[in-house]
Design a protein around this ligand. Structure first.
Ligand code: TXA
Ligand code: MG
Length: 303
């Protein structure tokens, strides 16, 4: 299969493909997604197979309006509206009770469905034209998520017919995933919207990820975000060896790459392109919870 990369100025081909059930890769503000219409089960199956994704790892549904939400989820707890008012459109995914209309394939058989309203104008235009879309990150399963069209091409070239190029993603890491189906909202995946921001809007504490979340969020058990190089955490400056050092702070006299959510995945891919065997991480404790989470996952060869 030939893979086309088109600019986001004309979305007509992307919209026709989606309507025909052909998955299309497109930008969101977090990372690039591989989209397919929610109610087309064959197209959803293609998404799993293009990524090499196990069927027990559920997908996030992307919507463009609150009306969409009500066709996908049931028994909505009132707090969803408080959160949506502040964080939607944007990088927050809510796990809610799944409407029987939504194919269980999307949720790996769970009684829930994960939903987010992206802010990126390309994502929104595609959803408005083709309806709600499932969109996992547009990488091969187990590889770092893509934040540029070329990253998608590197992983999915020859496997997907169209990649819409919307430039670099502004956020750079995947959305925060918050479950609203437990009595207390539970953080399943940290992201750029952090615990403090969620608690401020809710006016109460949330539950943090723990051993039980691997059951609540099956996808999290897989090795994610992983470069081929081994990731090693270094605490002392004099233990740094180089040549590939990611640091939360600039270090005088040593060549490091500054760690930020926006560029982490591009840096992990760069390390692989350079063929380095080891990525050293300095200043881990100073990083955001989301960056610590992604780097810990990248460091573990098995999950
Ligand atoms: O920022 C994002 O969320 C990106 C962009 C493309 O929107 N998408 C993304 O999708 O990161 P993906 O498939 O790479 O990650 C989805 C994760 C799953 O691995 C799983 O942990 C969680 O979301 N998830 C999905 N449905 C769930 C459900 N019903 N219950 C609990 N967790 C769920
Ligand atoms: Mg992913």
């Amino acid at each position: 299969m030939q893979t086309k990369v088109l600019p986001s100025t004309d979305l007509s081909e992307a919209i026709s493909l989606l309507k025909e059930g052909a998955p299309v890769a497109f930008p969101t503000e977090t990372v690039y997604g591989l989209g397919a219409p929610v109610f087309n089960e064959e197209a959803v199956l293609r998404v799993f197979s293009i990524k090499g994704r196990p069927l027990d790892n559920p997908l996030i549904v992307h919507i463009a309006s609150e009306a969409d939400l009500k066709t996908l989820a049931i028994d909505l707890p009132p707090v969803w509206e408080q959160l949506a008012k502040v964080f939607w459109p944007g990088p927050l995914t809510l796990v809610l009770r799944r409407s029987p209309r939504v194919p269980s394939l999307i949720s790996a058989g769970l009684p829930t469905v994960a939903i987010r309203m992206p802010a990126h104008s390309v994502a929104r235009r595609l959803i408005e034209a083709a309806g709600p879309l499932v969109a996992p990150s547009a990488n091969l399963s187990g590889r770092p998520s893509p934040t540029r069209a070329l990253d998608v091409l590197e992983d999915l070239g020859g496997r997907v017919s169209l990649i819409v190029d919307g430039g670099e993603c502004a956020v750079g890491i995947e959305s925060t995933v918050l479950s609203l189906v437990e009595p207390v909202p539970t953080l399943l995946r940290p992201g750029s919207i952090d615990q403090a921001a969620l608690e401020e809007v809710l006016g109460s504490s949330i539950t943090l990820p723990s051993a039980h979340t691997s059951v609540a969020s099956p996808g999290m058990k897989y090795r994610h975000y992983a470069p081929r190089a081994q990731v090693r955490f270094v605490e002392r400056l004099d233990e740094l060896k180089g040549p590939f050092i990611l640091s939360s702070v600039p270090v005088f006299g040593i060549a490091t790459r500054l760690l930020k959510e926006q560029t982490l995945y591009a840096q992990l891919r760069e390390a692989d392109r350079l063929g380095v065997e080891e990525i050293e991480v300095f200043g881990f404790q100073q990083l955001s919870a989301a960056l610590r989470d992604r780097l810990e996952r990248a460091a573990h060869k098995e999950h």
